[in-house]
Design a protein around this ligand. Sequence first.
Ligand code: FES
Length: 221
Amino acid sequence: MVNQKGAAIRDNQGNSWLYSDIVKDHFFNPRNILFAGEEEDYDADAMGRVGSPACGDEMVLWLKIDKDSERIKECKWQTFGCGSAIASTSMLSVMLSENGGMTLDDALKIKPQDIMERLGGLPNRKIHCSVLGDKALQSSINEWFRKTDQLDRIITDGAKVIDEKLKITDHDIEEAVLEGAQTLEDVQKKLKVGAASPESIPEIEQLIRFYSEKYYGEAFI
Ligand code: FES
């Protein structure tokens, strides 16, 4: 539905699809983007590449890092993701490199919620787009830790198997929530999780609540 005054668009569940002016600015004028072909000459210290299981999009993020201070001197990126992925990664790159550059420890503390606050919000269904840059950042910092022989600082995924029969992990449930699943039924439609292992259902519900609160600020079950 289009509201003539605010051009607010709502889906059939009443969720707003309105984009803030900051999101639009970063979409039309992305900061720190590396255009196709430029990456060959870009002498980065670390690189991270992730694909979004939500929609098959890809994000690549490069960092230049000051070895002594561990501050991020530059952050460049490329994506095949949507406008929200472009805007949120553009903002992430600004946050990482402003004020003399963030330290790696502080960079690892950035959450999708922090990027969204700086953007003035994103539609709920677009929150997973901001996770793409966040994951590419973690992957590039891990590469830096590997290169500089700081193996004890590498952040591992630590996926936990929740449904033994189908080998479904907590990360699969996280991705389902990021793709819009809000209830046990929604998650089961996507993953069939718990169907053959009913004993795992309480833990699945707990994870749905946890990830809903983490990404949407509230649980729906
Ligand atoms: S990155 Fe896939 S919809 Fe935004």
